[in-house]
Design a protein around this ligand. Structure first.
Ligand code: MG
Length: 116
């Protein structure tokens, strides 16, 4: 598979989302989408909490989180974050690159992401 672009991800993500939300992404408010993002962040945090327990030898885990489970929750966060950005009319790839470059400039680092 070629590298996934933000544009390709957005296209597939919105197309699938419209099956759940046939009235459009705007049928959920930005705060609805943000709630979905934070819900997935919570799922990710729970897995990492379990890993912390394992690291510290503490009881309480019902299972040992796998790398795949952690990756899945990161992907869920990205999926909902992209839908939130789409609802707000934000090109997430462009915004990420612009912000990355602004921070690099501010702190005097040479790292830049080329924008088309
Ligand atoms: Mg999830």
């Amino acid at each position: 598979m070629d590298a996934l672009t933000f544009d390709a991800f957005r296209a597939a993500n919105v197309a699938r989302c419209l099956k759940w939300h046939p009235d459009g992404l705007e049928s959920w408010s930005p705060s609805d989408w943000l709630t979905a993002v934070t819900g997935e962040l919570g799922e990710l945090a729970s897995l990492l909490k379990m890993r912390n327990r394992e690291r510290d030898g503490l009881p309480g885990n019902k299972f040992s989180p796998t790398d795949r489970q952690v990756a899945d929750e990161l992907a869920d966060v990205l999926t909902y974050l992209d839908l939130l950005a789409a609802t707000l009319g934000v090109d997430l790839g462009r915004a990420a690159a612009q912000k990355f470059n602004e921070v690099s400039e501010r702190v005097g680092f040479p790292d830049r992401i080329e924008l088309e």
